[in-house]
Design a protein around this ligand. Structure first.
Ligand code: NI
Length: 524
């Protein structure tokens, strides 16, 4: 727990109900669980004023893998407090019980992954649904918890607070039991009792129907995936509290016709359409610094953008440095403005999956799905499809490489870890980064960690003094480029140590005359 840090980060999503990390539903599950009317349409977090996210992360160099993101609303500190309490409790439980799960090769690590969505975001009420996935000794399982914030009353309430009281909970349990009774032998309707713990994830569909979501194994075998029940609006009369009525109104107001899930073709079209309206990002053009002649280093920042990312961009601009940002898709859709700024200022925005799952623990199609959803989110924000990805926790196997190759993505590792999650001392982070750097190095940092952001001016100062130019990863590889599906941990050894060059805006932006091979080719 000491190594965990609560920091600003980001996140969110707009697409389908079955999220990243969800168990692939079986055919039987498709029949049992229609997407309507239990489909909840999520609000676009980029449109919520004052929204940033908090990120808790661990595992790039550890035994366990933890990635937790949740939203922070500037005007709702009590919501933040409640969400923090919920995730802290989950993290503590995971930390206390997680042991290495058995695997065919014993390499799977216990994993905790928490992502979030907004089932409603109106003037009066905001809902936050946390999707929690855990890989433990008993396998992968998912649970859902939805917390509501009532701006009128100025308080955060757990889902049962949407109900008018104990009798309403009993009535709802009866309605849900009756509905589940028709679902078939895989579902245990009798398991539904008037127990608030079973009703900790309540939201509304676009018709105002109350959607009750259960955790894996609560009322069915886990292999069924998400089990949910929708109680039509006409039958919720008298069941809802004032907060519940506000939440219902907000969901109905926000409801729009549901879109179909993205396909590879629709993603490509989206990216092309976005690109057509914007100038090509400078960041995808190599050659502005010739790393065969200049001593280069690539700063890379993972897991963001976060609350301090703007500050980081200021520091990079002041130091004449460009960097590569491996963002999660979940965060990208929450702060597309920051991705746009990265791109405009010459940085490269690259893929760090949708919700930071350990890709090597997933079947290849699920790993590809994680990468694809992030491609779409980043493409929409920047007008450029990434050609580089970094596997969360650096965890990639042959299946991950295959998925990356299929999407035209080269995999980027690192040879210097600044260990910014380990402590809060920016001087220590800067010291490690500088001490480990060789010509062609790729330095791992996280812009969701304030220690990293605060270390950057010192890193720029000291490495500049040694003659380093700060370039994007494609520039590090120059015209030779990188190949989709291959993994790169540092640049080619052709850089010339000892030459003294000053990096600077003029130098790094000059001569943007040609594209790097892989960047141009992979999506053309
Ligand atoms: Ni990461």
């Amino acid at each position: 727990m000491h190594r965990m840090r609560f920091v600003g980060g980001v996140a969110l999503l707009t697409v389908a109900m079955i999220g990243c990390g969800a168990t692939t539903p079986s055919h039987a599950a498709d029949q049992l669980i229609p997407s309507e009317p239990t489909l909840v349409e999520y609000a676009d977090p980029a449109k919520v004023r004052g929204l940033t996210t908090a990120t808790v992360t661990d595992g790039d160099s550890g035994e366990r893998t933890v990635h937790i993101a949740y939203p922070v609303l500037a005007d709702a500190p009590r919501l933040t407090e409640r969400l923090r309490a919920v995730v802290t409790e989950r993290l503590d439980r995971f930390t206390a019980t997680a042991t290495r799960p058995p695997g065919p090769d014993g390499r799977a690590r216990p994993e905790l992954n928490v992502d979030w969505r907004l089932p409603a975001a109106g003037e009066q009420v905001v809902g936050v649904r946390l999707g929690v996935g855990e890989l433990t000794q008993s396998g992968w399982r998912e649970s859902r918890t939805t917390v509501w914030y009532d701006r009128v009353e100025g308080r955060a309430v757990d889902s049962p607070g949407l109900l008018s009281g104990g009798p309403a909970l009993a009535s709802l349990a009866g309605l849900v039991r009756a509905e589940l009774a028709g679902r078939g032998p895989g579902v245990d309707a009798a398991a539904v009792r008037a127990d608030a713990r079973l009703f900790d994830s309540l939201a509304f569909n676009r018709h105002g129907g109350l959607v009750v979501e259960f955790d894996d194994y609560q009322v069915a075998a886990g292999s069924l995936g998400r089990v949910a029940v929708a109680v039509p609006a006409g039958r919720t009369a008298g069941l809802l509290s004032p907060t519940g009525l506000r939440a219902q109104a907000a969901a109905v107001r926000a409801g729009r016709p549901p879109g179909s899930p993205p396909t590879a073709e629709s993603i490509r079209e989206t990216i092309e359409a976005a690109a057509a309206g914007r100038p090509a990002a400078r960041s995808t053009r190599a050659g502005s610094v010739d790393c065969a002649a200049v001593t280069c280093v690539a700063l890379t920042f993972d897991d963001g953008p976060g609350p301090a990312t703007g500050e980081l961009l200021d520091a990079l601009a002041a130091g004449g440095a460009r960097a590569t940002f491996f963002v999660t898709g979940s965060n990208a859709v929450a702060r597309p403005d920051l991705l746009g700024r990265m791109s405009r200022e010459g940085h490269l925005v690259a893929n760090h999956t949708w919700s930071h799952r350990d890709l090597a623990s997933l079947p290849t199609d699920r790993a590809a799905h994680q990468l694809t959803r992030a491609q779409e989110a980043i493409g929409q924000a920047t007008g450029q499809a990434p050609t580089l990805a970094r596997a969360p926790y650096g965890s990639a196997d042959a299946g991950v490489a295959e998925a990356a190759r299929g999407l035209g993505l080269a995999l980027v590792g690192w040879d210097v870890d600044a260990l910014d999650a380990r402590d809060r001392d920016p001087r220590a982070v800067a010291r490690r980064a500088v001490a480990g750097t060789r010509p062609g190095s790729i330095i791992l940092m996280h812009d969701v960690h304030r220690s990293a952001v605060e270390a950057v001016p010192e890193i720029l100062r000291r490495l500049s003094a040694q003659g380093y130019a700060f370039v994007t990863v494609p520039e590090l590889f120059g015209p030779a480029g990188t190949r989709a599906g291959e993994t790169y941990r540092s640049g080619p050894a052709g850089t010339r140590a000892g030459e003294t060059y000053r990096s600077g805006p003029a130098g790094t932006r000059a001569g943007e005359t040609y594209r790097s091979g892989p960047t141009a080719a992979a999506r053309s």
